[in-house]
Design a protein around this ligand. Structure first.
Ligand code: AMP
Ligand code: GLY
Length: 424
């Protein structure tokens, strides 16, 4: 089969790696891809929002399956555009991707179907939001409704901060149109766990739990980022938590979407908080997490193409979804200054050290070939260094060892990814 992956980050590199292990694969393409993905796939210079060009390419090149990694094209309706031309594509349609695309929608869905989440109100104008703050409890959480590169959430300690937050989201449009509506919700405390799942509209099968590290600095300090590293599985995702989530969250979400006429096919990423009152949903994503995909997909034993096809055909119940009984840790190597400002174009050396190293992966998040054919940095997050191990501790040790194998100017990483493992 000919397969096209849409996206060009560490997540798409991990998807390409999983697809490249499929016995069904003839030729793999990735649009736009990056310098690491180029080892596995032919990279095509079309950006993920150019739906017409992507559809045209898929028809010309007889693509049998397209897998969409990123949120923007999914929320924008890329799946509908492919399906309208009779092409097979993995991911939720626009009507279902709204689960991630609108926080107000997802909160209303959870309320309507009794799925545990933080108490909240939705607002479509600043005046009402400000009035609500008069009698609210602090700290409080403000969320821009739409996609905001993972940055649209403000945790406000005081009323003054929250007032400023409402102005910046709804009036100054700090997150653009994402802030046309907003959610104000109760501040919760507890450990966070991410759970990735495949969903075929009816059946849901879990991949694995993982724990992200969103802040830029050690000890969870500094600004929120797309993710600085993670580990999987999470030792805090116990059998008890799993049972609760099956009873109250997973199947209920899938059934709720179908009930609403928004059948969901693809990946649902559940962002959970384990509160004193039990697990609650912080957010849904309609795609693989990044870097979550980089610790989960390397352990997938089932043929990735078979899984994607079963999702598209509504036959996930017939798939035996298997993962290696191993742990994995990913440490992101970023450019100093991420997520605010950073330099690009720095040569990356040492990549050959990952050749033929079983259980080690160097996923490229932001890299490209320069005019001389050298691989250089091309983003805030540059590489995701993943290692597998029999235990989380072993995986963490190996991942940190492997971070030393590559170099580039201004290389920056957190040194405490997986510190929570010691507390488990
Ligand atoms: P989200 O994009 O909704 O996952 O929010 C980003 C981050 O903000 C989460 O990973 C949490 O760390 C934090 N957060 C979001 N909602 C809440 C909440 N209701 N209470 C406490 N922290 C939250
Ligand atoms: N790592 C968090 C996300 O992909 O949304």
């Amino acid at each position: 089969m000919n397969v096209l992956v849409v996206g060009g980050g560490g997540r798409e590199h991990a998807i390409c790696e999983a697809v490249s292990r499929s016995s069904k694969l003839d030729k793999l393409y990735c649009a736009p891809g990056n310098a690491g993905i180029a080892e596995l796939a032919e990279c095509v210079q079309i950006t993920p929002m150019e739906f017409d060009k992507l559809v045209g390419f898929a028809k010309d090149m007889h693509i049998d399956l397209t897998i969409v990694g990123m949120d923007d094209p999914l929320v924008g309706g890329i799946v509908d555009a492919f399906e309208a031309e009779g092409l097979r594509v993995f991911g939720p349609r626009k009507a279902a991707a709204i689960l991630e695309g609108s926080k107000a929608f997802s909160k209303d869905l959870m309320k309507k179907y009794g799925i545990p989440t933080a108490a909240y109100e939705n607002f479509d104008n600043a005046e009402d939001a400000l009035k609500y703050l008069e009698t609210a409890k602090f700290p409080i959480v403000l969320k821009a409704d739409g996609l905001a590169l993972g940055k649209g959430v403000l945790i406000c300690q005081t009323k003054e901060e929250a007032i400023e937050g409402v102005h910046s989201i709804m009036e100054d449009k700090k997150f653009g149109d994402a802030g046309n509506r907003m959610v104000i919700e109760e501040f919760m405390t507890g450990r966070e766990v991410s759970v990735l799942s495949f969903v075929d509209g009816k059946t849901i099968k879990l991949m694995s739990s993982a724990q992200d590290h969103k802040r830029a600095g050690d000890g969870d300090t500094g600004l929120n980022t797309g993710g600085m590293g993670n580990f999987s599985p999470s030792p805090f995702y116990t059998e008890e938590v799993d049972k609760f989530c099956w009873d109250h969250i997973y199947q209920k979400t899938v059934d709720a979407m179908r009930e609403e006429g928004r059948e969901f096919k693809g990946v649902i990423f559940f962002g959970l908080m384990l509160t004193e009152d039990g697990p609650k949903v912080l957010e849904y994503n309609a795609r693989f997490g990044d870097p979550e995909a980089q610790v989960v997909l390397p352990r997938l034993k089932t043929d990735m193409i078979d899984v994607c096809e079963a999702v598209i055909d509504g036959k996930l119940d017939q798939i035996d979804l298997e993962f290696e009984d191993k742990a994995a840790v990913c440490v992101v190597l970023a450019s100093e200054g991420y997520p605010v400002s950073y330099e690009k174009g720095k040569e990356i050396t040492g990549l050959e050290n990952f050749k033929n190293k079983d259980g080690y992966y160097c996923f490229h998040a932001g890299s490209k070939f320069d005019e001389n054919g050298k691989i250089v940095t091309n983003g805030g997050r540059v590489l995701g260094i993943t290692a597998k191990g029999d235990t989380l501790k072993e995986a963490r040790k190996k991942a940190y060892e492997a971070t030393e194998w590559v170099s580039f100017d201004n290389k920056y990483m957190r040194h405490d990814i997986g510190k929570a493992i010691d507390e488990a």
